[in-house]
Design a protein around this ligand. Structure first.
Ligand code: NAD
Length: 294
């Protein structure tokens, strides 16, 4: 049993914290949203009045926050110097590599072990404990990190030193953003051609078009039980979050001189869909955009 502070109990963090409770850990939780905190309490977490209260006395701290500025702010104000020195600090949010390295440096200077550990697998993976963690940390710290993340994971993979987890995540999500648009375009074209969606799904699932966006997260409703398309694209991975990741990828590509033209196109399409008021909907709602629904 480890005393864990969990900060950020949204679409992902809520399910992840519940997995840690289920594994027998003592989880103290904090979120700025009272509703999120209440849901975490109903799932066995102990609610804290503030992030500082949550982390004082914790042996490990896990953050699952929207973006880099949130992570930098929470670490500076509420974690470093507040959590007991030597505590294991893990950030599971998807943020820019520079922020991850900045927080790692500050954490090391203050006597903590830190890892950037963004995840893949979506809200269904968070609920089921089948996330893939991409970890950036010192090699010597990895075994301890892996053990703590295990109840939430089907895979915990070390990508390299600090920031490498975020680099892997940004590349993965650029691929995901592009492949989801591809799956949506294929469904939209199949419909125009008079091909039944379930027939196309069955065939492409066993053919070379098969990909995670199609077979694990189908944008067409009624084909994959856990997919947000069955819940009118509510919950899941928000368009605004995908757009954030694609912007991170494009910024990283510009800084490093990589060519990512499809990543750029994907960013432009999700930005248009967000501007039409769909930022909070699941990113597979791109299907509606391509079918001309607004
Ligand atoms: P979310 O918006 O549902 O949850 C974020 C939570 O953080 C919210 O409940 C919010 O109230 C809380 N929060 C914000 N600032 C805070 C602060 N200062 N103190 C305490 N709580 C604070 O987002 P999410 O979908 O859970 O995503 C979280 C992270 O995980 C993001 O970085 C996202 O890119 C990444 N991610 C999401 C998915 C997904 O499918 N949703 C998949 C992989 C990775």
């Amino acid at each position: 049993m480890t005393r864990i502070a969990f900060i950020g109990l949204g679409n992902m963090g809520g399910g992840m914290a519940a997995r840690l409770v289920g594994a027998g850990h003592e989880v103290t939780a904090f979120d700025l949203s009272a509703a999120a905190l209440e849901r975490a309490e109903a799932r066995g977490c102990t609610p804290a009045a503030s992030a500082r209260d949550a982390v004082s006395g914790a042996e490990a701290v896990i953050t699952m926050l929207p973006a880099g500025p949130h992570v930098r702010a929470v670490y500076a104000a509420d974690i470093l110097g507040v959590a007991p020195v030597g505590a294991l600090l893990i950030d599971g949010s998807t943020i820019d590599v520079e922020s991850a390295r900045h927080v790692a440096g500050e954490a090391a200077a203050a006597g903590y072990v830190f890892a950037d550990a963004p995840v893949s697998g979506g809200t269904a993976g968070a609920e089921a404990g089948t996330l893939a963690f991409m970890v950036g940390c010192e090699e010597a710290a990895f075994a301890r990190i892996e053990a703590l993340l295990a109840p939430m994971a089907r895979a915990v993979l070390r990508a390299g030193d600090h920031g490498a987890g975020q680099a892997a995540k940004i590349c993965n999500n650029m691929l995901l953003g592009i492949s989801m648009i591809g799956a949506c375009e294929a469904f939209a074209l199949a419909e125009r051609l008079g091909l039944e969606a379930d027939r196309f799904f069955d065939i492409a699932s066993k053919s070379s078009g098969q990909c995670w966006s199609l077979t694990s997260y189908s944008p067409w409703p009624g084909l994959v039980e856990t997919a947000p398309s069955n819940r009118d694209y509510e919950g899941g991975f928000a368009v605004a979050m995908m757009l954030k990741d694609l912007k991170l990828a494009q910024a990283a590509a510009a800084a490093s001189g990589a060519s990512t033209p499809l990543g750029g196109q994907a960013e432009a399409l999700y930005a248009l869909w967000e501007r039409q008021g769909n930022g909070g909907r699941d990113f597979s709602s791109m299907l509606q955009f391509l079918r001309g629904e607004t």
